[in-house]
Design a protein around this ligand. Sequence first.
Ligand SMILES: NC(=O)C1=CN([C@@H]2O[C@H](COP(=O)(O)OP(=O)(O)OC[C@H]3O[C@@H](n4cnc5c(N)ncnc54)[C@H](O)[C@@H]3O)[C@@H](O)[C@H]2O)C=CC1
Ligand SMILES: O=c1[nH]c(=O)c2[nH+]cn([C@@H]3O[C@H](COP(=O)(O)O)[C@@H](O)[C@H]3O)c2[nH]1
Ligand SMILES: [K+]
Length: 523
Amino acid sequence: MGADAATVTPPRESMGGAKDEDLADGFSLGEVFGGSKAHSGYTYDDIIVLPGEIDFGVESVTLESKVTRKISLRTPFVSSPMDTVTEATMAIGMAQHGGLGIIHYNMPIEDQVAEVRKVKTYKNGFISDPVVLAPHNTLSDLDAVKEKYGHYGIPVTIDGRLHSKLVGIVTKRDVDFQEDRSVLVDSVMTKDVVTIQEPVTLAQANARLADCKKGKLPVVNADGELVSLISRTDLRKARDYPLSTVAASGSLLCGAAVGTRPNDRIRLAALVEAGVDVVVLDSSQGDSCFQKDMVRWIKSTYPLLQVIGGNVVTRQQAKHLIDAGVDGLRVGMGVGSICTTQVVCACGRPQASAVYAVASYANSRGVPVIADGGVGNTGHIIKALMLGASCVMMGSMLAGTDEAPGEYFFQDGVRLKRYRGMGSLEAMSQGSDKRYFASQAKVKVAQGVSGTVPDKGPLATYIPYLRQGIAHGFQDMGVRDLDEMTSRAASGAIRVELRSPAAQKEGGVHGLHNYVLRTHAQA
Ligand SMILES: NC(=O)C1=CN([C@@H]2O[C@H](COP(=O)(O)OP(=O)(O)OC[C@H]3O[C@@H](n4cnc5c(N)ncnc54)[C@H](O)[C@@H]3O)[C@@H](O)[C@H]2O)C=CC1
Ligand SMILES: O=c1[nH]c(=O)c2[nH+]cn([C@@H]3O[C@H](COP(=O)(O)O)[C@@H](O)[C@H]3O)c2[nH]1
Ligand SMILES: [K+]
């Protein structure tokens, strides 16, 4: 390709009047990924995008995109269905920031259903799963709650459960001068509780709190049963989430993963009952009779449910799942940060080639592609979107945020969280070995590892950073949104080059004695 280009380049002195097309450096995506010399698979770091022309401000960039045929996201990010990445807190945070969380299924059906319910019933500013005590609890029990959650102001229901009759509230004032901690909550709690009845908006609740000057305001239904709680301190922190991914009913959108075993049909029925909006059929090799049967069954049983199939890395695999009826495809095999599949099974594909090949086919059939795995920075996300992905799915990028399951801990002075592959021995022994370890198999073969990732802080600062980084990349390329990206990529107006190993080194930080990598700061 380079030699051909050289032969048609006019002499330097005659180029002043050349048209833009004559000066197109680099290559179209088709030339790099589909050209006759393409015996190699490439990944994100192998390619670099040549800048375009900027004629708009970075604030004009929008990132709205589809994740399935029928669901759009304002932020094209999906969190992986992994047990160190996505449970309810992550799914709520992802949806609030315009993305989508997929609740993992390495847990009993009822636990996964409870996680989905938390997302679907979540109301910004309302505590939907407050700690509750019963009248027969003692002040020592109350002390234990205070120790664990750091606050008093606990609603008391007849049997100590949410959705039961509210009989009182026990606050710091009620117990301050009580020496005897064996006293029952019943004898000290305030029984004349100020409450607010459903349905109620945050603004109405806010007004009532301002009125009554209490710290906590229980929300009850018409039968006086406790539904949720509003706290004055939380209200002060409450903020708007204008990018939120919401259903027509106003609830946050929630995804969940399931497998393709017979028991997964029972699991799926329970998830649908809990209101799940989109289901991911979670497999490293999606082109199986098991998955195709499952897709057809879901589509005939729950025609409104959006189904994401995968994982796939070839156009043939994609065709088979699209023919079966999927609404979205997850692309990536063995490229995740914790994955050892390519090493163990020899199968997979470098991610840039996989995304380009599958997306160019799937998009022509109206099916969005999620580039899953191998995303380590905003440059990778931009490249995935340029290659035709509608969204990216991330594990390691999100596993260190506050919203990921698990606690932070320090190792060698660094604040970390645990992150592990769903095919690691550790995750399998927690539950996924039911899938991995066929009953007759004698050996467990791991396809992932278990490790740690550094603290990334809350999604509230991390996602805006990722979004802004992507917006700068779009601006450098001269594209305002994904539609423009898609049409410019298809016409060959977006130009890329392959990078040699030395060029990749040059593109990173180099030649310094030492440095501190700081990725973003609040303006
Ligand atoms: N994206 C990737 O590169 C990879 C992802 N993973 C993750 O690890 C987890 C497990 O992945 P997999 O092992 O691929 O799970 P899987 O459930 O698709 O497969 C496990 C084994 O069960 C078999 N199987 C599935 N349904 C069956 C049925 N109805 N009857 C009989 N056999 C059936 C499969 O053929 C396979 O041998 C997932 O969370 C996946 O996302 C694992 C490896 C690679
Ligand atoms: O080979 C694998 N063995 C595993 O144990 C494993 N667990 C997860 N995954 C896949 O990796 C994706 C997350 O990758 P990142 O950390 O790079 O975002 C996820 O979204 C999955 O596609 C696995 N792949
Ligand atoms: K890997």
